[in-house]
Design a binder for this molecule. Sequence first.
Ligand code: PEP
Length: 246
Amino acid sequence: MTRRKLVAGNWKMNGSHAALSELDAIAEAAAAHTSIDVAVAVPATLIAPAATRVPALSIGAEDVHAADHGAHTGCVSAAMVKEAGARFSIVGHSERRADQGERDADVKAKAEALHRHGLNAIVCVGETLDEREAGRAEAVVTAQIAGSLPDGAAAEWCAIAYEPVWAIGTGRTPTAADVAAMQGAIRAKLRAMIGEEADRLRILYGGSVTPDNARELLHVADVDGALVGGASLTAAKFVPIIAAAN
Ligand code: PEP
């Protein structure tokens, strides 16, 4: 089955109004590569100005609360980011799982909240270095899929991002064979959970994707795109990654 590739950026806690000018060339590249979907998740403060500046580009959030509103100081809901112009959100990024103690059930509820509001979800999973070295990477990741996959997950609104924690921001990447093995394990787990829909869902790879390694990583079997952190902050690095997805 052919799936359209999705190249998504994640600005994390970086960026400013001045940095939004980077989105101009990214939006141009997105328009030029019509067979690739391109998206950029930005800090909550930048969603509205980014969506206004580049209306054709899919701008998203980096996290949402599972509830629609209420006494959750400092949080933003799916409805709020939608109103600001977001079309999607990342959920379950390993930095949130580690820093905010988010569990699989939280991630699932957040993804379901996004769907309730007509937004797309990128659900992140990935093992730590200790887990990989202990030979438990596939078990850990498939358990995360089991716990984090939203009810009714469908390719129209849900994608998975496999991001080995030890590869994020470190310059280290798994071998192409290791990525292929994990993507296959995730696909098999999805098939067991949602049947044929599993073959339509996109499974992205994330972790130290750069212009230099993007072509190889983006063309590993079962890799349907990339979630890109550091290299999404500038058009100079992100645009070649978009081009490499072709
Ligand atoms: C990420 O934050 O999702 C990520 C993959 O970061 P980086 O590309 O910087 O490793």
